[in-house]
Design a protein around this ligand. Structure first.
Ligand SMILES: [Zn+2]
Length: 376
């Protein structure tokens, strides 16, 4: 008897989650459509929808056209029923976002806080977060937690920041960073977080490779909607793919790494560290800048083609340069297609959807994902 009750309860719980996820993915659905798509009875759907409505997770949202009979009530998810905080730590700044269950940014801020491995720095992070939450008047009960993205390699259990060249630290405990933040915290690599954010609203892709072109080059490999991190959490460290044997010196000490050819600083280094100035001069047809961009695009096309040959999935360009790529994507696609023995176009190359704060959003989504997977 007891066994039967347990099975019944878990089945019921499973149906609530299945129904929620179906509505989440499809936007709006009627009860008969839910019953049809999941192969469960209409009374079961009604019972579970009631639970979701009582918990404020779904709502009635107009009517749907039907082929005959009464119009069906449309159900959709309450996007802001829960929220999550994301924090992106960089060398000189901290970005904070509050996202809803669809990964949409509700609020964001960016503060200049220079990284240092001290208790004082952790206090500044805590104070910035408290200010942010206080100002946006978020309902604390709805906040699922804090996701923190860091520019470096984490241990397999994501508790230790093993190595960050940018922050010039090795082996620090992640928990020390959030000592003064009063939310359950999870950590991830910044490029992995950004890649996760990019794929979140493009579920149809399923798999993608994300190439982050900021002041350093990084990336993420997402296979069938799961982040692939490899044996040492270094999957997607595309910055250190060797692109030119014996080539330019990389910050890592080796020669010929992609980072030395395709980081944003390769471009901004020509305009006193100002990337916007680089693109302004490029649009004006400055000969030196145009030549540098031509060189940059050739190396980028080579790298992107190598990724396509390795993973056979979409390549999303992000980071500071990725955010500027819309006007140049046709050129890049043509160059990459010229290297590809199987395809005549480079339409698999895509520009990032988040122009800024992708890493902070991806970090926040680490709390959203398990919530959706286990809704009640
Ligand atoms: Zn390198």
């Amino acid at each position: 008897m007891r066994q039967d009750r347990t099975d019944g309860a878990s089945l019921k719980k499973g149906n609530v989650t299945r129904i929620y996820k179906l509505i989440y993915r499809q936007g709006t659905l009627s009860k008969p459509e839910i019953a049809y798509q999941l192969g469960i009875s209409l009374p079961t759907v009604m019972q579970n929808v009631k639970i979701l409505q009582e918990n404020g997770l779904i709502e009635e949202n107009g009517v749907l056209d039907s082929t005959g009979g009464r119009k069906a009530v449309a159900l959709s998810c309450v996007k802001n029923a829960r929220t999550a905080l994301g924090m992106d730590i960089t060398q000189n700044h901290v970005s904070l976002v509050l996202v809803n269950l669809y990964g949409e940014i509700l609020f964001r801020t960016r503060e200049k806080i220079e990284f240092e491995d001290t208790v004082d720095y952790a206090k500044k992070l805590g104070a910035a977060l408290t200010r942010f939450v206080t100002e946006l008047k978020a309902e604390p009960k709805t906040i699922l937690g804090l996701g923190v993205s860091v520019p470096g390699i984490l241990s397999n259990d994501r508790q230790i920041l093993v190595d960050s060249h940018i922050l010039q630290i090795k082996n620090i405990r992640c928990a020390n960073l959030v000592k003064f933040c009063s939310y359950p915290s999870l950590f991830c690599n910044d490029a992995n977080a950004a890649g996760t954010a990019e794929l979140w609203n493009r579920e149809a892709l399923g798999s993608c490779v994300y190439l982050s072109l900021s002041d350093s080059v990084g990336g993420a490999i997402i296979l069938e909607n799961k982040l692939f991190q490899g044996e040492n959490q270094r999957g997607g460290e595309f910055g250190h793919i060797t692109i030119e044997r014996g080539g330019r010196r990389c910050y890592c000490g080796k020669k010929g790494c992609l980072d030395a050819y395709c980081s944003a600083s390769v471009l901004s280094g020509l305009t006193n560290g100002n990337l916007a100035d680089f693109f302004r001069l490029l649009r004006q047809g400055d000969p030196k800048i145009t030549a540098a961009w031509d060189d940059y695009l050739d190396y980028l096309a080579t790298a992107v083609n190598n990724l396509r040959m390795s993973f056979d999935c979409s390549v999303i360009l992000g980071g500071y340069v990725g955010a500027q790529m819309e006007d140049y994507i046709a050129d890049l696609r043509a160059r990459a297609a010229g290297l590809n023995p199987f395809e005549d176009d480079g339409n698999y190359i895509k520009v990032c959807g988040y122009r800024t704060e992708a890493a902070a959003v991806g970090a926040a989504l680490m709390h959203v994902s398990p919530f959706i997977d286990q809704i009640c």
